[in-house]
Design a protein around this ligand. Structure first.
Ligand code: SF4
Length: 421
């Protein structure tokens, strides 16, 4: 058990800057030099990608005609309540330019998007092309549920520009995290370091939950439905009354408008939280295939961790020299954790003033979430083509940054602007 002065750390890279969410869970696992370690987004993508289109449209028309790609950034954290240190990270992948188009009018001619297709054999599934050695993010699942075609565009053409609304949401989440977590910088020199830090953050966060009843920004990873899935849960809190000892998973969404979202957004939020519970319950059931993990992410469990990480883990009370040792601490930590509560909590806050707009509790439905993930994976694994939004949800297209190139909009845009990717 850790003392009050112990340290909780997660991965950090000198090239990472902004705070993101699931990003802590997804990095290139090759033994790359520090400057080349790829980090995937994780920040406020919860609302970002899901509400990206809406936010983009709200913020300004110009955001619909431009797209920017930033370098990976990292924001270390330090848990304050008990001097527990942690790190959260946010990153954006830089996407290479489109290698070609069969059409006379290349969508890249507009300069709106950069393609991510270069060097990616089209015969490979999206999962293999874009999530190799990274794992599938929970936000990949929710973004796919929102619109599969939009998810495909995001992968092939690049992420939308970060808008004011998205940035405001990120800041709010960072503030919530900093109530229990303080950022600190920790350098990483290998993929083993990156993962060791993530697992260290999990252990410290889990201990904080048990000792203090609350933790935030907890990285999760698990092997579910045949794929590695990663995510960062906003908050876990222990019930304050009764004998119930199962932590409640909480996700906070920030809203530009002072009203609760419609059913499609709420459904998407439910899916996200259920994915987190699925991952959590899977972990605490000691269902973590270590060998598979090392193989998929190309990690060497005997690789000696950096001095900084070794010191941080020793300070935290679980001295680990290698990733393999860290994994033993991680698995031990998981073995004493209870399953998550069967009721999940979605919170909606107004961005301006952080007023609570509403809280929504709903029951976990394992069959539903498994069905959703399996359906989603058929798209990711190339078993079927991306589908468009349903007729009832075609309003999403009005705020979609890819509407101009989406075949579903060809009638509106004219055939010349619709492209096959
Ligand atoms: S325009 Fe509509 S169907 Fe096409 S990608 Fe965007 S949201 Fe999906």
């Amino acid at each position: 058990m850790m003392s009050d002065s112990q340290t909780h750390v997660l991965s950090n890279s000198p090239h990472d800057g902004d705070k993101t969410k699931e990003d802590n869970n997804s990095r290139n696992s090759n033994n790359l030099p520090e400057s080349e370690i790829a980090v995937e987004i994780i920040s406020e993508e919860e609302m970002a990608l899901i509400e990206a289109a809406l936010a983009a449209a709200r913020s300004s028309a110009s955001s619909l005609s431009s797209s920017s790609f930033s370098r990976s950034t990292y924001s270390p954290l330090k848990r304050t309540a008990r001097s527990i240190e942690s790190i959260t990270a946010l990153s954006k992948r830089r996407l290479p330019t489109l290698s070609g188009s069969s059409s006379g009018h290349d969508i890249e001619d507009s300069g709106q998007w950069k393609s991510n297709q270069k060097n990616s054999p089209a015969t490979e599934s999206l999962l293999t092309r874009f999530r190799r050695r990274k794992g599938l993010y929970v936000t990949d699942i929710t973004s796919t549920e929102w619109c599969e075609k939009q998810m495909e565009f995001l992968l092939l053409l690049g992420k939308p520009e970060i808008t004011t609304a998205m940035r405001t949401g990120n800041i709010r989440h960072a503030k919530l995290a900093e109530e229990v977590v303080k950022r600190v910088k920790v350098s990483v020199k290998s993929s083993e370091d990156v993962w060791a830090l993530k697992f260290m953050n999990f252990i410290v966060g889990a201990n904080q939950l048990l000792l203090e009843g609350l933790t935030r920004e907890l990285p999760l990873i698990g092997f579910v439905e045949g794929v590695w899935m990663v995510g960062v849960i906003d908050e876990l809190r222990m019930p304050v009354t009764g004998s119930d000892k199962n932590p409640i998973l909480v996700d906070t969404k920030t809203r530009v408008q002072a009203k609760l979202p419609g059913e499609p957004q709420q459904r998407n939020g439910r899916l996200q939280l259920m994915c987190y519970k699925y991952l959590w319950d899977n972990l605490v059931a000691n269902n973590f295939p270590l060998r598979k993990f090392y193989d998929w992410f190309c990690l060497n469990p005997d690789n000696i961790l950096s001095d900084e990480i070794k010191k941080s883990s020793a300070d935290a009370g679980f001295p680990a020299e290698t990733l393999g040792e860290m994994m033993r601490y991680f698995i031990n930590a998981c073995s004493v954790l209870p399953a998550a509560h069967d009721w999940l909590l979605l919170r909606y806050e107004l961005q301006e003033g952080n007023f609570l707009l509403g809280e929504y509790q709903f029951p976990y439905d394992i069959n539903w979430v498994k069905t959703q993930i399996q359906h989603c994976l058929k798209f990711w694994e190339g078993e079927r083509k991306a589908s468009y939004v349903s007729e009832e949800e075609q309003w999403k297209c009005r705020f979609c940054q890819f509407a101009i190139v989406c075949p579903s909009q060809s009638d509106l845009n004219g055939d010349s602007s619709s492209q096959t990717i």
